[in-house]
Write a protein that binds this ligand. Structure first.
Ligand SMILES: [Zn+2]
Length: 395
């Protein structure tokens, strides 16, 4: 996995940066392939044996890595030490924040939820208090914060968040300074993609598109190991690309957005128009919606079948456009698609195959997520580890 580092990409790399980069590369190789011998780490990273020896000796001294042979690690099997330190993951998600403590191998150690009512300053002070109570118990080395909205990740600044109802909030001033540990910040839409690359369906891949399905259409893009996102701007908003110029109006003000046609609330509305069966279905309940839709189709309802086909066609069209533009190796379908069921996913795949350039068929895979829960917390924690090694946290 090559640099997800958006903070330093515009600057040159000096020797210290190269060393930090190599340390992360070696650590990540041991994490992914351990138990592993030193010679295999050298082969996989293409680093010299001298470089590998120095880094591994440092890791063993720092307690980050353990060897099956005490004293002389040159012939032993190496593994990361899951108890070397802890990461604090924070998801500012609306009415509440989830705060969790994780180990470097992504085991959840402890969780808390914090209400986010009041001013941003008051809410963040409560989040800081939760982090500080964990800090008293654990060796928290880094904190990762996932935020919905328009975020300037490099400056740890929330420009605008509809779900939080916040404008221009500095997370350094109102959170990091209150806890005093290094911090990384990222849009929550990118975090599940990072989780897939770390330990899910896209491990070891550098060109990945992640899409999720629910009240909106969430999307993250990674190209050549870098997240495609411009700090402080709205990007990756797949739900708001126009797929039908004369389609229904969207809450963003535009007409014919993908989200206005296929999101779960949009589909619930369209289902209610064709049958009483959908009356009780809630706007946020993907599983019940699709179960009712499949049952209706099973009874021979042509309108329901056409609605499902049309929904899959629009999603497939949007994904095919993404594939044609970015050429990902993997397109990961998030948990919302998994909940909607295999039939829907297969229809989307067939729509993609019909619409991508024939020459690109075979160059990408569409796979379901391998992370069933807490993908945002896992993803932001993986980014926090990465930045901790790169020395590019906000301090
Ligand atoms: Zn829109």
């Amino acid at each position: 996995m090559e640099g997800i580092d958006r903070v330093k990409q515009v600057y040159g790399y000096n020797l210290t940066d190269v060393k930090l980069h190599n340390r992360f590369l070696v650590y990540n190789t041991i994490r992914l392939h351990g138990p592993i011998r030193r010679a295999s780490v050298a082969r996989k990273t293409r680093l010299t044996r001298a470089t590998i020896t120095n880094i591994i000796n440092e890791f063993i001294e720092e307690g980050l890595v353990t060897s099956s042979q005490q004293g002389d690690s040159s012939h032993g099997y190496l593994q990361i030490n899951p108890h070397a330190f802890k990461i604090c993951a924070v998801h500012l998600q609306g009415a509440i924040a989830k705060v969790a403590v994780l180990t470097p191998d992504m085991e959840f150690w402890e969780n808390d939820t914090v209400p986010l009512d009041g001013s941003p300053e008051e809410a963040l002070a409560r989040v800081a208090a939760a982090v500080n109570s964990f800090k008293e118990k654990y060796d928290l080395k880094v904190m990762g914060v996932a935020v919905s909205g328009v975020v300037d990740a490099g400056r740890a600044f929330i420009k605008h968040s509809v779900t939080l109802g916040w404008e221009d909030v500095c997370l350094v001033e109102h959170l990091q300074r209150l806890v005093g540990i290094p911090m990384v910040v990222e849009r929550n839409a990118n975090a599940p993609l990072l989780a897939e690359v770390w330990q899910g369906s896209a491990v070891g891949k550098s060109n990945v598109v992640y899409v999720n399905y629910g009240s909106g259409i969430g999307c993250g893009i990674m190209m050549n190991g870098e997240l495609v996102a411009r700090d402080g701007l709205v990007t990756g908003e797949l739900g708001h690309i126009t797929v039908d110029p004369s389609g229904p109006f969207c809450h963003c003000g535009n007409q014919g957005c993908l989200e206005a046609l296929v999101s779960v609330p949009a589909l619930v509305r369209q289902c209610k128009a064709i049958s009483q069966r959908f009356e009780h279905i809630d706007d946020g309940d993907v599983e019940s919606l699709f179960a009712a839709l499949y049952a209706q189709i099973e009874q021979g309802d042509e309108l329901a079948l056409n609605l499902l086909k049309r929904t899959a066609e629009y999603v497939g069209l949007a994904l095919a456009n993404m594939i044609t533009l970015f050429g990902p190796e993997v397109v990961v379908l998030g948990n919302g698609f998994v909940k909607a069921g295999e039939k829907f996913c297969q229809m989307i795949e067939r729509a993609v195959e019909r619409r991508v350039l024939k020459s690109s068929l075979g160059s990408f895979q569409i796979v379901p997520t391998a992370i069933k829960s807490d993908a945002i917390l896992v993803g932001i924690s993986s980014l926090a580890i990465r930045h901790l090694f790169n020395g590019s946290t906000v301090n």
